[in-house]
Design a protein around this ligand. Structure first.
Ligand code: DGT
Ligand code: CA
Ligand code: CA
Length: 575
């Protein structure tokens, strides 16, 4: 298993934390923090870079010593200096630094005076009222610390949808083999296609005789690490991956009501139940009831029927206005994967991708696309293989030639152009002019204050060759927070200028968010759902983008790559 950038960054961060607790030289501490930030946010993995013979000292904030440490971590997985520091300072102290209000000095005081080494120690000491006895801590801060420690201990990382799929797929295959099983569905946030899921909620209907053996079959699954609870109709387990799975077996007659209930969201359920109450019905996971009489529940549609609504797609069920829209007959006709006609963001070997132009074109054609845009990184992103003017023009020549040979698909000449710190674009206008259109993105200086970051993007959009803003928030789910930016302002100005925004379909990005899509649609800004593919396989991530788009209420008409190429080309001509 290659070492991930996030693992390297975590080690540097932990080292910086512990050194800070030890009161080490602040410059040294900062050097490790900066290195962590560089590595964490880097678009290519350190191990790939080293495989390609890249010089890591060309990365921002990485000098000789840090480059050597990164190389050692890639090769051995270890950072010896961290291990050395952990010998003398308890490793879990770095966890305590994550509690808001606890800086290195306070963590050090808690450790030296109360021997607090872990979050549990901290919570315990706060509960027994020991903390306010130390200088610098009052009653109030003790209570705050206790609450925050509790919250922190309770918080669990949510799993990316694509990872949840990898866990769910074999489990589903396995469960289908259970004796007596009739129907099976994964409900919950998974069915609503949320970008991350907390746990999996599986519903099964079965012939009566099969019910007990189905639970045995479930808890016998090879990947089950712990059976939390096991009953006739409901069981919960933890898998080795850490994923919690709730399984329920329900009678076929209430399958629809159970699907509706366990698909959620909770807020949507509560709102539907309230509508039922107004009509004198009780709605729960067993059905819709008038008094003791079950009047609906076999299908989800029958449940909606009883409250006078049309069927509502799971992706919309967040109580974000879908019930009102349904009442008015104004539900969106959600986009589907079949509506997509092309992909406007992809890399090849020429920058940091893994496949050739021809391979990418063939793969896109086999997905039924009319067009695929090649968008290598621009020159400033040298370590991600950014192209200089000559290289880009050489690629364009190759594309022209290839287009003559290709049948049914057209490669578009583009680039993922860096938006520099001052808002200028990374290529001069006379080169940008040669592109069919541009995809512009921020890859460095993530930490500007919101106003400046917004200003930077607006300046970039002033350039008449700016077409699509890629991954507008810059977030990496579970890894990097979005940069501070006023999305509404950007959308407003994008609309004025005839620019578009991307919904990056990489499962770790999914950026725009669902809320971002809703906002862009409201403001009338066209969206490009694009995979940012770095390999032929990545092209298939389009479906995650479409899922997110559906959560964001998008229809075919809101998405520019649902257009045929001739119409799309016109959109890219700004005055
Ligand atoms: P997750 O797992 O955090 O990603 O999110 P969900 O939506 O899958 O939530 P989960 O697993 O806690 O529960 C599954 C569904 O069950 C939830 O979407 C709605 C339903 N549900 C759970 N608790 C309640 C509740 O207290 N009231 C109502 N009306 N529905 C609930
Ligand atoms: Ca769930
Ligand atoms: Ca659950």
């Amino acid at each position: 298993m290659p070492v991930h950038n996030s693992e390297i960054a975590d080690k540097f961060d932990r080292l910086a934390d512990l050194l800070e607790i030890e009161d080490a030289n602040p410059f040294r501490v900062r050097a490790y923090r900066n290195a962590a930030r560089t590595v964490r946010g880097y678009p290519r993995s350190m191990s790939d870079l080293l495989d390609d013979g890249a010089d890591l000292t060309e990365l921002p904030d990485i000098g000789d010593d840090l480059a050597k440490k990164i190389q050692a971590m890639v090769e051995t997985g270890n950072l010896p200096l961290l291990e050395e520091v952990e010998e003398r300072t308890p490793p879990a102290l770095s966890e305590l630094m994550k509690i808001e209000g606890l800086g290195p000095k306070r963590v050090r005081a808690l450790y030296l005076e109360l021997n607090i080494k872990t979050l549990d120690d901290l919570k315990e000491a706060a509960e027994s009222g020991k903390i306010h006895e130390i200088a610098g801590f009052g009653d109030k801060s003790e209570e705050k610390i206790r609450k925050r420690a509790e919250k922190f201990i309770g918080e669990k990382k949510r799993t990316l949808l694509i990872e949840a799929e990898d866990i769910a797929r074999p489990l589903l295959e396995y469960l289908k083999k259970a004796e007596g099983l009739k129907e099976i569905v994964i409900a919950g946030s998974y069915r609503r296609r949320k970008e991350t899921v907390g746990d999996l909620d599986i519903l099964i209907t079965a012939a009566k005789a099969g019910t007990a053996s189905i639970m045995d079959h479930f808890t016998d699954y090879d990947e089950v690490e712990e059976v939390v609870s096991k009953g006739k109709t409901r069981s919960t387990v933890y898998l080795r991956s850490g994923m919690q799975v709730d399984l329920r077996v329900v009678p076929q007659i209430c399958f629809g009501a159970a699907q509706h209930y366990f698909t959620g969201s909770r807020a949507h359920n509560i709102a539907v139940r309230k509508m039922g109450v107004k009509k004198g019905y009780k709605i729960n996971e067993y059905g819709v009831f008038r008094g003791d009489e079950r009047i609906a529940g076999k299908t989800e549609k029958s449940v909606y029927d009883k409250v006078g609504l049309p069927y509502i797609e799971p992706e919309l069920r967040e109580n974000r206005g879908e019930l009102e829209a349904a009442k008015e007959g104004e539900l969106p006709k959600l986009i589907t994967l079949d509506d997509i006609r092309g992909n406007l963001h992809a890399h090849t070997k020429a920058s940091d991708g893994h496949n050739s132009l021809r391979e990418m074109a063939k793969a896109a054609a086999s997905l039924g696309y009319e067009y695929l845009a090649i968008t290598e990184h621009s020159k400033s992103l040298a370590v991600a293989g950014g192209l200089d003017k000559k290289q880009l023009q050489a690629q364009f020549k190759k594309i022209d030639k290839l287009n003559e040979q290709l049948d049914g698909i057209v490669l578009l000449k583009s680039s993922e152009v860096d938006i520099l710190a001052d808002g200028s674009l990374d290529y001069p206008d006379d080169l940008l002019k040669e592109l069919d259109f541009s995809v512009c993105a921020i890859h460095q200086k993530f930490d500007l204050p919101g106003k400046k970051q917004t200003e930077r993007i607006l300046r970039a959009m002033d350039n008449p060759y700016f077409n699509i803003l890629a991954h507008p928030s810059g977030r990496l789910i579970n890894e990097r927070d979005p940069y501070e930016v006023d999305l509404e302002k950007i959308l407003e100005e994008a609309k004025k200028r005839g620019c578009f925004v991307e919904l990056n379909a990489q499962p770790k990005r999914l950026d725009l968010t669902d809320e971002g899509c809703i906002l862009a649609k409201k403001m009338g800004v066209g969206i490009s759902i694009a995979t940012d593919a770095h390999s032929t396989a990545d092209l298939e991530h389009m479906r995650f983008g479409v899922d997110q788009a559906r959560r964001g209420w998008l229809e075919k008409k809101d998405v520019i790559n649902c257009l045929p190429l001739n119409k799309l080309r016109k959109l890219f001509k700004r005055n």
